[in-house]
Design a protein around this ligand. Sequence first.
Ligand SMILES: [Zn+2]
Length: 348
Amino acid sequence: MKSVKWYGPYDLRVEEAEEPKIVKETDALVRPAYVGICGTDMHVYKGYLNIVPGDIIGHEFVGVVEKVGSHVRRFKEGDRVIVSCWIADGECWYCMKGFHTQCVNINIFGMGPVYGETYQGANAELVRVPYADTMLLKMPDDLSFEKALMISDGLPASYAGIVEAGLAPGDSVGIVGCGPIGLLAGMCAQSLGASQVIAIDLAETRLKVAKELGMITIDASKQNVGEEVRNLTDGRGVDLAVEAAGGGDVPLLTAIEITRKKGKISVIGFHVLDYSLPAGQLWLTEKRMSFSIGDPITHGPVLIELIRKGRLDPTRIYSHILSLEEAPKGFELVDKKKAIKAVVKIKP
Ligand SMILES: [Zn+2]
């Protein structure tokens, strides 16, 4: 089968790979229809995670079930499915609570042995999916693969950043970092009752999309973010600030700054390094902070309905739709910030 393999930083190659097989009877094999190129993939692409040369990259995908193991009860060949990018066993204490991202057997596709066992990635014609009864979400017939794709990863991450932080009707929301996750978080806030969404970024291309989506934009490279936000919120700051940039303390400090006293700060950016926060200031102003990764298994059913009923359309942020052969180019475009969201279309 055709696949996209990682050989080193910035070195992806479209190559033949051996087709995966059912290893455990709880596995399914899925033929991807669409695969998203995600911000997290960029860390893998650059070699920051422990992917091994020759491994297949990619973790956000939807497709068709090709085959199931004998213990899979809920799915059969031909089912159209969303695959949770997070691998969870569905059986441990955390999974029973609905906290799949904290599963004792947590893993992810296409990142090498980052959590022990390697699960090959989704930029391929066939993918082995473990714990199929837990990991797969059945797609209604009226939902297209294209619209459903981001339920696999990016959309629940964004949605969690709004609902787990406790958005209240009428809240003003500030989004720090307007990549796909930030833009989708802004769209979730809009459809769940925010009074206004303020999008903050340094890149003109991203701010342009935010504006098209009905958000108020602040260009952090030209404007004073704190001052602009206070002007838009009667001098107080936003009720909920979502930090969706990750990577360091600057975006998070901005989110803290633009939040009103007793307001909420939601962290959904990708953070691996530790750094100190202004705990004294946070305590005095009684700001509440929450961290979310996003759980496709728990939040997928709600997101399916929001998309089906026209309340959310993730395809509005797609800037590039590419073939599997063009996938390496897609990674390059995302890395150079020339694409907002690039997706790989494998099957019609
Ligand atoms: Zn579990």
